[in-house]
Design a protein around this ligand. Structure first.
Ligand code: MN
Length: 135
């Protein structure tokens, strides 16, 4: 089962997300700020990252941009968890390199659906031989 890193500073949100992930069998790793999240991501190479945007110190957008610039972590799908739902914010989230975003309050069905879609897509990309060209 996939390993998912959750970067979230709000204890209630963290508790909820961990519960939802573990309920369906995912292994969850957690960090309460961007700096420790980046360190964990590089060390553990999780299959997916759930990234809160509003974090103390470095925010989730800056952290995502760093993850996407680092070859070790660049292919890990990042899902932004955000209270911001305005159009301009969606653009900022995508520009930072996030693969998807989920607006808070979290819907567990949406969370599972987004995770599922991204894990299937990244597994397919990993299996695809980059050098093979079919006629
Ligand atoms: Mn937060």
């Amino acid at each position: 089962m996939a390993r998912i890193l959750v970067i979230e500073d709000n204890p209630a949100n963290m508790k909820l997300v961990l519960l939802l992930l573990r309920n369906v069998g995912y292994t969850a790793l957690c960090a309460v700020d961007a700096e420790s999240g980046l360190t964990l991501a590089r060390a553990e190479k999780p299959d997916l990252i759930l990234m809160d945007i509003q974090l103390p110190g470095m925010d989730g957008l800056a952290a995502t941009a760093l993850l996407k610039q680092d070859p070790v972590t660049a292919t890990i799908p990042v899902v932004a968890l955000t209270a911001m739902a305005m159009k301009a914010d969606q653009e900022k989230i995508m520009l930072a390199g996030c693969d998807a975003y989920i607006a808070k309050p979290l819907s567990y069905m949406e969370l599972y659906a987004v995770i599922d879609t991204l894990l299937v897509a990244s597994q397919a990309a990993a299996l695809e031989p980059p050098f093979l060209e079919l006629p």
